[in-house]
Design a protein around this ligand. Structure first.
Ligand SMILES: *Cc1c(COP(=O)(O)O)cnc(C)c1O
Length: 364
């Protein structure tokens, strides 16, 4: 899928580009989120001018006033997506218009400026083109972080009249340590991530800020990630801090919590549901209680559990710890369906497998 768009982004490249051998070194052994490409895409919005000043420019710090609205009231949203290098050297994005749509939905929930989908994708595409040498091949990818923040200097509590949109990029390798086939998760009975009517379905920084304490608790329990339960009854499984969850049942079906407004509508989640249904796998988007999970893991009704999201793609959950004890999923290792889904999804993303639903967006 490709739309013809005149480019609206002016490009000014850096006078001090990272030397080629240094780029090669960073993309062959990337550290997640620490090394960034040379450029960024930016755009500004004001209530008088709308979107303007679209450019790709050398990456640099922002200069913001201490009264900047985002620093006071956390009006900020973001996206997470990746550019992949195929074996033929071509570069592509995966379903970028889905990220653009979700960005608009997040902006609406946080009372922020509406960014047209084509402009969002153009910003991402323009940056990737300029920094194309930074897209790793093999198992790596270029992680892209589009975000928007309220930039007006004003302490009154209302939606800002000014916003900055920006895209930055960093080369990444596998999210979890090499050789690790599954993760241990902590089910928090004390903290929740989102409540009905809140911001759970928006990708805003504030959701993450509120989840960090539970993540710290998980780490103290020797776990890699937190699983949150619903805020009202502390009974229903929702999602992890940054990934959606799937349960593989003994009849071969998949269960995943429904998009009730309190969980983030993952694009990986949606893609897995579509791929599975195409293969005739039954997918139940239905509430699933933590007590049922525990009983089903013991009886063998739950065979596999995996988490999914852009950063970690598909990751098996091997062990579950909670206030009253712990239990294992299957033999604690990645199961066959989890592995198959991961291979299929990454195969499509990297151009190794057929792309029947036209999800791959090639960048020339
Ligand atoms: C981004 C995110 C996900 C995963 O979404 P993808 O589109 O699959 O990357 C899941 N949960 C939360 C809370 C997120 O922020």
């Amino acid at each position: 899928m490709k739309t013809d768009m005149p480019t609206q982004f002016s490009v000014s490249t850096t006078a001090t580009p990272t030397p080629h051998d240094q780029i090669v070194a960073s993309i062959s052994n990337p550290a997640f989120g620490r090394v960034f490409t040379d450029h960024m895409a930016t755009m500004r919005w004001t209530n008088t001018l709308g979107w303007h000043d679209a450019k790709v420019e050398p990456r640099r710090p922002f200069q913001i006033d201490p009264a900047c609205a985002v620093l006071q009231y956390a009006q900020e949203i973001f996206e997470g997506m990746k550019a992949y290098r195929g074996e033929d050297g071509s570069i592509s994005l995966f379903r970028p218009f889905e990220n653009a749509k979700r960005f608009r939905a997040s902006a609406a929930r946080l009372s922020m400026a509406d960014l047209p989908e084509a402009l969002f994708v153009e910003a991402v595409e323009s940056l990737v083109k300029v920094d194309r040498d930074w897209v790793p091949g093999g198992d790596g990818s270029l992680y892209l972080r589009p975000f928007m923040f309220a930039s007006e200097s004003f302490l009154g509590v209302r939606a800002s009249h000014e916003y900055v949109f920006c895209v930055i990029a960093c080369p990444v390798g596998p999210y979890f340590k090499a050789g690790k086939t599954s993760v241990a998760v902590w089910v928090s009975d004390q903290y929740t991530r989102a409540a009905p009517g809140g911001t759970g379905s928006a990708k805003c920084g504030g959701n993450y800020a509120a989840s960090l304490i539970a993540q710290t608790e998980a780490a103290a329990k020797g776990c890699d990630q937190v699983v949150f339960l619903d805020a009202a009854e502390h009974k229903w499984i929702e999602e992890m801090g940054g990934m959606n969850l799937f349960f593989v049942m003994d009849d071969g079906s998949l269960t995943t919590p429904p998009l009730s407004g309190t969980i983030l509508p993952g694009i990986t989640r949606a893609s897995i549901i579509e791929l599975a249904r195409r293969e005739g796998i039954v997918v139940n988007e239905t509430p699933y209680a933590f007590d049922a999970w525990r009983a089903d893991a013991a009886s063998g009704r739950v065979r596999e559990v995996f988490a999914c999201g852009t950063a970690a793609v598909v990751t098996a959950v091997g062990e579950v710890r909670h206030a009253a004890g712990e239990f294992q999923i299957g033999n604690g290792e990645e199961g066959p369906l989890t592995q198959r889904i991961r291979t299929q999804l990454t195969g499509i993303q990297r151009g190794k497998l057929a792309d029947p639903l036209e999800w791959v967006y090639r960048i020339d």
